[in-house]
Structures are given as structure tokens and as C-alpha cells.
Write a protein that binds this ligand. Sequence first.
Ligand SMILES: [Zn+2]
Length: 314
Amino acid sequence: MFRQKWAGHTFSRRAFRLALAWAFSIGVACHAPSAHAWGNDGHRIINRLAASALPADVPAFLRSEAAISEIEYLGPEPDRWRSPAEAELSTAQAPEHFIDLELADKLGPLPHNRFDFLAAVYAAGERPEKIGLQPWQTDEVWERLKSAMRDYRELKAAGKDTQPVEQAIIFYAGWLGHYVGDGSQPLHTTVEYNGWAGPNPHGYTTSHQIHYEFESEFVSANIHVAEVQADVTPVQAIEGDMFDAYVAYLRRTATYVEEVYQLDKAGGFAGAGTAASRAFTAARLAAGASMLRDMIYTAWRESAQPVPDRYAGQ
Ligand SMILES: [Zn+2]
């Protein structure tokens, strides 16, 4: 799978020169395989652990073994949309798996509305598919989940059949899990997504294999559910605005970018890796599972709130 991107900024002479350097290095990187964040196995682990750890006040259907299995299956679902057999879909959804925060932040504070971000990107002479749309996609799928949960509550209260909406909720929860999982992979938050670009005083790898080796080969060979489960945090509803909370989660993930390269330099993602690389990877997967579980739980709680009157104040 190929992720094509470049950078071409016009904000200042210095930024422009840096952008040219990035464009060169990333232009080479676009021929590298990448972008199946966490690979099949990592996404399945994240989704299974999140669904398995939902608290008892979430409806039983969503905690059933059948639902957990379906949510696990859906972990890699958006990566199944990368086939050349569905070329338009593959292209349109590719930017929803990542965001290069260094590039996005040059445009100012991240707006909540996807189209406000797109307008800012185009106004700067950029292309959104080169920067990424991760937080908007994730927040919008989370809102779909919350909407379906609100419908579930209404049907339940009316004594009607809830089975059809239960299917929708399970799908949205599993679909959401993919993006939240991508968001715990440091290389999905940075221009350094597949080989170090730009100044490199520490001699980190510039190989365009690191992304795949870390998230797919290494995880599949070395990381198991039990190790990740040990690092899953206690359930906690998310307070405040979900978009803001999700961006804060992405920024925490981004603080681990350099550590990925340090571990790689120490041989951490070759073969069985090192104790440090295995612990690091399990902790990152657990961060994804914990956030996903908390987002599903928060959607459930917030789905009980009355819908604001859209005509209020008019
Ligand atoms: Zn992805």
C-alpha cells in the first residue's frame, strides 16, 4: 500500500526551504509500503480489548461475545478500503488514517469542523490529503455512534425492537476503533512517518521500512493480547468536548515519535526486538484500547442527553 504525500509551504522563506527538503525526502518515501497502522493484528487487539472492558452500565448487547467478536473483526475494516479494486474510495479515505501535526499546526488552531480545516488548507495552497484528516474522521464517526445510541434509547423507551439499531451501534463502535487505534501509533501523527526526514543529528533510520516493521511485522510476531491488556487503564468517561479530548490524545501520541526511532536504532523492531521495544509497543496498543473504550462509554453516557433545540435563540 502506498501513501503519497508531499509538502509545499508558502508561509516564509525558511519554511519554504524546509518544505522543499521535506518534499524531497517525503517524495521518496511515497514509494514505501505503509499506512496499515498496527496491521491486522494490532487493530484486532485494540478493538477486542476495548469492547471487552466496557463497564456494566453499557447495554448488555454491546458487551456480548458476539458483539466483541464483530468489533474485533472491524478493527482493520478501513484498511480493507485500500484496494485498487475500489480506487476512488481508496483515495478518498486514505487521509483519514493520519495527521501530520507539524503541518496542520502551521495553519493555526485545529478547527472542529472538517470543512473549516479544508478551507484553511486550500487557502494556504496546500492539499488536505498531504496533511491528513484523522481527528475529523474520528470525531465524526464517534458522533455517528452517539446518534445511534440515542436512537437505541428512544426505541427501547418506546418498547420497540432495538435489534436493527444494535447492529448499527456495533458497526460504528468497530469502525471508530480503527481510527482511535491509528491515533495511538506515533508514526500516524508526524511528518516523520516513515524514515527520519530533515536534520538528523542522532542518525535515526531514513529507511522507508520502519513504519511497516514497527506496526505490522513486529506486532504480529511479538505482541499478544495479554501483554497489552496489562497496560489498559481503568475506565473513565471523557469530560468536556470530544474533539478537543481526541486532539489532546493525538498530541500525547506524538510525544512518542522520537522514541520509536530510538528503539529502532537499538534494534527494537528487528526479530524479537528488545524488552524496551516490546513494552513500548504494548503500552501504545493499550493506550489505543483504553481511549476507544472510554470514547464508546462516553458516547453511551452522552446519548442520554436531550438534543439541543436547533431553533433556540432564533
Ligand atoms: Zn489506518
